[in-house]
Design a protein around this ligand. Structure first.
Ligand SMILES: [Zn+2]
Length: 429
């Protein structure tokens, strides 16, 4: 027994000695290839998301698969190298990022299927249409701008309920089977990576074994505030919609001023703590602002903080408003094309409060991209998704301060305690 153990250790050491030593040069060469593939994949994804055609989807999937197979191969190749240079923390970190596979760990066919399912779900969500409440034969109502306008406007409870249900019916059943397959595949990838399931896998980036406990703790601490806020909004909505909202239960989602109940600018006028003063951003239109003008305003804001101006490609190639000649995805997103030059936003905005908020928020993401440009490709990423998003969030909150709004001519009232409280309430969505 002892003899065989010694033999195994000897053999392992022998194999280890045969390994080549990993140097920075090896990583540099991998980085160049990876950067090129990520650039091409990003371009193909952009083409697809701004023009949802089968041709663009096929091109995008091809790039997805190419990138995945490169990463798999790189991980395998690097695992053959001996690692000695613990002193170089950056090199060590890059090496670990290369070794760690994500969904690419799936067999190529399954990986491609996963990417295809995700694209198909996006396509269905972005292009579903419903019929109009008042004109049942008019069946071309899109998520943006039609349905969003219904929720943000002064629609009746009947119309809101009808629209909410019809939109769910137009999307839910069509994505149902795809979503179940998606869950199966991401769970399989997570298990291959040594996690119980995808939910455990998503928590890995926090690198804190107590993350669940901590979140529960903060949830408990904030709960009473949430409960009071919920009761307050319900009380106000009952005043408007009567018994459609119960006196003690939950609030029906279709009454929250937004299809996904993610923001409450749609019900701000009904629920504001004080009737006045309230800045509704009407003066953006009065001053003939375009969406690009608001983007310039956002850029000025970042420059005033000594951050970067947007590169030329940003102004030439970003999509700020919904394209009318193609089907596109409208969820706001910020894009780094990994070539050090191309950074873009993709949004479907109007010249309103939301346009102002979205442009300030997402330009914060581009600032993040611009700041990490000097790093190797594997390090050009946020520490965690939560941190990445809070950068944009923190800046856009600052851009909503009454003082700043007044400075740029978008708030003309007095700065008072009531104005501040209304403002804070509105931005706390
Ligand atoms: Zn964000």
């Amino acid at each position: 027994m002892l003899v065989s153990s010694i033999l195994v250790i000897f053999l392992l050491n022998f194999v280890q000695c045969k390994k080549l030593l990993l140097t920075g040069d090896v990583l540099t060469s991998l980085n160049v290839q990876l950067q090129e593939l990520m650039h091409l994949q990003k371009l193909a994804t952009w083409d697809y998301e701004t023009n949802l055609t089968d041709f663009n989807l096929a091109k995008k999937l091809e790039m997805d698969v190419n990138l995945a197979s490169f990463q798999k191969q790189a991980s395998y190749n690097l695992s053959k190298y001996k690692w000695k240079s613990e002193r170089d923390g950056v090199l060590q970190r890059e090496r670990l990022f290369y070794l760690r596979l994500e969904e690419e760990i799936l067999p190529p066919k399954k990986y491609k299927r996963l990417k295809e399912i995700m694209s198909k779900m996006i396509h269905i969500y972005s292009t579903a249409k419903i019929c109009d409440y008042s004109y049942p034969t008019k069946c071309d109502l899109a998520l943006l701008p039609d349905i969003e306008n219904i929720f943000a406007g002064n629609s009746s409870e009947d119309e809101l309920r009808y629209t909410w249900i019809e939109r769910r019916k137009a999307v839910g059943p069509k994505v149902r089977d795809l979503f179940q397959e998606y869950v199966q595949l991401v769970n399989e990838a997570a298990q291959k990576n040594g996690y119980d399931d995808a939910s455990e896998y998503y928590l890995r980036e926090h690198t804190d074994p107590d993350i669940k406990k901590k979140l529960k703790h903060y949830n408990r601490r904030l709960r009473s505030l949430y409960e009071q806020l919920h009761a307050y909004v319900r009380f106000k909505l009952r005043k408007k919609y009567g018994n459609s909202t119960s006196e003690i239960g939950s609030i029906p989602a279709h009454l929250l001023g937004d299809l996904t109940a993610q923001k409450w600018s749609g019900i701000a006028q009904v629920t504001l703590p004080y009737p006045e003063p309230y800045e509704n951003f009407d003066n953006l239109k009065q001053q003939n602002y375009t969406v690009t003008d608001i983007a310039r305003l956002a850029e000025d804001f970042y420059k005033s903080l000594n951050l970067s101006k947007m590169p030329n490609s940003f102004w030439r190639k970003s999509v700020f408003q919904k394209l009318t000649d193609t089907n596109m995805t409208c969820n706001p997103s910020a894009w780094d094309f990994y070539d050090g030059q191309n950074f873009r936003l993709k949004t479907c905005l109007k010249t309103d409060r939301e346009g102002y908020e979205t442009l300030h928020h997402w330009m914060g993401h581009i600032q993040y991209f611009l700041q990490y440009q000097g790093l190797d490709i594997k390090l050009r990423n946020a520490a965690t998704d939560a941190l990445f998003d809070s950068v944009g969030g923190a800046f856009s909150l600052a851009a909503f301060s009454l003082k700043h709004l007044k400075r740029v001519g978008l708030y003309r009232g007095e700065i008072s305690t009531k104005a501040d409280i209304n403002n804070l309430y509105t931005v706390s969505e």
